[in-house]
Design a protein around this ligand. Structure first.
Ligand code: TRP
Length: 346
């Protein structure tokens, strides 16, 4: 059921695309290869909306609301700096769309607690955050709010990482229940578009995360990028350049695979490393050069945009207002399925 709704083949017809990010910190190179790059490719050819999911961020950051607020701007700066074009992609902020909250409230009636507790991504996140005993109800229910995000835009395609596939399945289950209640195809089911690049590890080989400080962000200054590349985990058994080294699990090669413009040369380097005779420092210098070149123009644009945060927030406000036209129309449809009267004034 889920497999035929998941695909890594690119979109062919014009699709309605929705993606989102939690504003918990500046975006990093993992976001760049995992999602930003494909959003750049998709914009223009499709109706694309990117949601800055501040309400979802609060489901596990309620103790740090000021950080979430500040990161809405940081994430918007990242989008614009990498080339997301507000004329072709709508950037909207979740908390500016009250229809999403109301849809969530209605969808919660179509989902069981047991179903929420089975969500493998939520399960893993609960464990990672040590929430076992005290799970915020909002956190357990965030897949329902994400279903509201997806359906409120009538999205047909959701480009995401593997870990988000359970969210799309959950959303499609809600859509099917709702369509059955409506007796017609009120809302479309969505397909996950999986990124073809594997998840980029943090510099220590663990999952990249802001709290571990192991990610290279798009806003890192040059010296910080160099320092992080130097600290990258390679093969602890590769002590001398002449030793044969392991390529699997070697973070430097994971990054070269993701960013080196000459994949054939990377293959040669892998063979050389494996044989022995290629030192970590030479590889790290190559990677550092590539990353500096990639990040420099992004950093420059970002710094320019950051001079006028009001203008950036205006772009987000405008995108949010545009988005509301769609979310309001979907909410009106869903309210009617639940036999709720139109909102006064609508
Ligand atoms: N859960 C996503 C993440 O953690 C963020 C997100 C919120 C999202 N709403 C969405 C992704 C809607 C896709 C569609 O990265």
């Amino acid at each position: 059921m889920s497999t035929n709704r998941t695909s890594d083949r690119p979109a062919t017809r014009r699709e309605t695309i929705l993606t989102g990010d939690r504003p918990t910190g500046p975006l990093h190179l993992g976001h760049y290869v995992g999602s930003l790059r494909s959003r750049l490719e998709l914009q223009g050819a499709h109706d694309q909306t990117i949601l800055i999911a501040d309400l979802q961020a609060l489901t596990d950051n309620a103790g740090r609301p000021h950080d979430v607020r500040r990161n809405v701007l940081e994430v918007a700066l990242d989008y614009l700096a990498v080339g997301i074009d507000p004329a072709r992609t709508t950037i909207a902020v979740q908390s500016g769309l009250p229809e999403l909250a109301e849809l969530t409230m209605l969808y919660l009636n179509l989902v069981t607690v047991a179903r929420l507790e089975r969500n493998p991504t939520v399960k893993a996140e609960i464990q990672m955050r040590g929430f076992e005993r005290d799970i915020p109800a909002g956190f357990l229910c965030y897949p329902v709010s994400q279903a509201a995000d997806i359906t409120a835009f009538r999205a047909t395609l959701v480009p995401v990482g593997e870990d988000q596939v359970p969210m799309i399945e959950q959303s499609n289950e809600i859509v099917r229940r709702l369509n059955r209640m409506a007796g017609r195809d009120l809302l479309p089911e969505a397909r996950a578009l999986l990124s073809s690049t594997p998840r980029l590890p943090g510099i220590d080989g663990r999952k990249a995360s802001k709290s571990l400080g192991n990610a290279i962000s798009l806003s890192d200054p040059p010296a910080e990028i160099t320092a992080k590349v130097r600290r990258m985990y390679t093969d602890p058994g590769h002590v001398y350049a002449s030793d044969p080294g392991r390529v699997d699990g070697n973070v430097v090669f994971a990054y070269l695979d993701a960013f080196d413009p000459c994949p054939a040369e990377v293959e040669d380097l892998k063979a050389h490393y494996h044989r022995g005779g290629l030192g970590d420092m030479a590889l790290k210098r190559r990677l550092d050069g590539i990353l500096q070149e990639l990040v420099a123009p992004i950093r420059e644009r970002r710094a320019e945009l950051a001079n006028d945060p009001g203008a950036v927030l205006d772009i987000v406000r405008e995108g949010t207002m545009r988005a509301r036209e769609t979310t309001a129309s979907v909410l009106a449809d869903v309210r009617s399925v639940f036999h709720l009267p139109p909102r006064p004034g609508h």
